[in-house]
Design a protein around this ligand. Sequence first.
Ligand SMILES: *[C@@H]1O[C@H](CO)[C@@H](O)[C@H](O)[C@H]1NC(C)=O
Length: 238
Amino acid sequence: MQLINLFCLALAGLVAASPVQKELAERQNQKIRIMPLGDSITEITCWRAFVWDQLADAGLADKVDYVGSQYSNPQNCQPKTFNWDQSHEGHSGWLAIDIANSYLEGWLRNTPADIVMFMLGTNDVFRGRSTNDIIAAYTKMVNIMRAANPKMKIIVDLVIPLSFGNQGIEQLNARIPEWARSMNSTESPIVIADCYTGFNAWSDLRDGVHPSLSGDRIIADRVGPLLLEYVRQALDGR
Ligand SMILES: *[C@@H]1O[C@H](CO)[C@@H](O)[C@H](O)[C@H]1NC(C)=O
């Protein structure tokens, strides 16, 4: 009798444990979702592809997904990894201010993310928007990201230079470090990818605004290691 009871208890234990184990297995199989967010410097460039090569070289390509409403390779980038993920949230000509006010919330609802990496502000500078307004848009975007996912890991890029009228870019970049520190948190960290220092506004741009291949390499070299670190943390933390 006692043996039978024990047997029944053990069986009940197995049955009870299996959904938990299933859920754990499902969580561990879920890919880490990365949103490349930005303007044309994200859409019509190759750094996304070169960062994917870094993920592949680190053995992480099958553990991650790029996410976003867009899927394209307009520059016909040819990274080492032929089947790199072309999803992204880069929108040519768009302002940080408009993305913050009207779009990001819906994008993150449609394609949820664990990591957002963004470079934005170039078009705001073009249109004469103030540094204060751009930084306010950054704050709004981070709040939207955290409302969508309290554990969002965020990479913010220092913006690459323009070959003309670079003052607004420099003013924005000068504000980003203090802004990022003030918004930083343990649960939802923010790190800065310095895509500005050492970026040559002539040889690393192909048209005065968009990176040439050497410029794409610089952006990928600055963003990639931070992204790999975030992906490893996200994989460890579940
Ligand atoms: C945010 O905090 C993390 C540690 O939690 C740190 O590694 C990172 O550099 C901080 N970011 C900024 C912009 O200070």
